[in-house]
Write a protein that binds this ligand. Sequence first.
Ligand code: HPA
Length: 261
Amino acid sequence: MSKAIHVSKIIKSTGFAGETAIILGSGLGSFTDILVDKIHMQYQDLPHYPTSRISGHAGELVVGNIENKEIIVASGRSHFYEGCSIEKITFPVRVFNECGIKNLIITNAAGSLKKSQPPGTIAAIVGHIDCSFQKRFEAPTLNTEPRYHSPRLISLAKSVAKQNKISLNEGNYCWTLGPMYETPQEINYFKTLYASVVGMSTLPEILQAGLLGLNILTLSIITNFAAGISEVIPSHEEVLFNAKNSQKSVVKLLVEIIKKI
Ligand code: HPA
C-alpha cells in the first residue's frame, strides 16, 4: 500500500467525501475558523505527512463544511528550501487525490512584479514559469496549459471577486527555490519571461495535481513588491504582516468560491 493511500484511509475515517481541497499559504491559517463541524488532524500524527518549521504555517489538516459543502484544508505546507524533496512537498496532493477530490485550490503569499498589483490585492494564476533551474539548462518558459490552470475555476474566482468588490487580477506565477528573496536583477529577468508574481512554493503542487487530472485554481496573495519594484526590501515580517491584512478578503473569496464550485 502506498504511503498516500495509507494516510487517505485515516482521513476517510472522518467520513470525508468532499470534492474540494484547499492548501493554505503563509499567514492564512485563520480560514479554518469559519468551517463548521470541524475535525482537526495534526500533520505530526499522520504517518509520512511533511511538516513545516516556517512561522506563519500551522501544521494541520482540517475537514469541515461551508454551507453543506464539505472540504479538506491543509493549513500549512512544507517547502523545498526547508530541505524537503519534491516527493514530500507533493505528498498532500496525492493524499487528497486518493480521498476523491476533484478540485484543488492552492493559496500562497507572493511578491508582485507589477506596480499596478500592490500588496493587498490577489492574483488568480493563469500561467507558471519554473525558475528553480533544477532540471534543465534551457531558458524557462511560460506554461498556461488549462490542465494546470482551470479556466472554469479562474472565471469563477473572477466573477466572485467582482461581485464582492475584491481586487483580483490575473497573473503568471514564477517559482524560485528561495529561501532568500530575489535580487532586483533576477526580478528584471523574470519580467522578460512574463512573470507577474514570484514565490517559493506551489509549483510542485500544481504540477502534481495537473498530472493527477485535478481542476486547479491558484490564488496568490500579494504581500509585497518584489525586489527592486519599490524602495522596500522584501522581508518575511512584511509578508506575514500583509498576509494577515489580506485575510478578510481572502477568506471571503474562498468562501464564495466554495459555495459555487
Ligand atoms: N519573493 C519570493 N517569495 C515570496 C515573495 C517574494 O517577493 N513574497 C512572498 N513570497
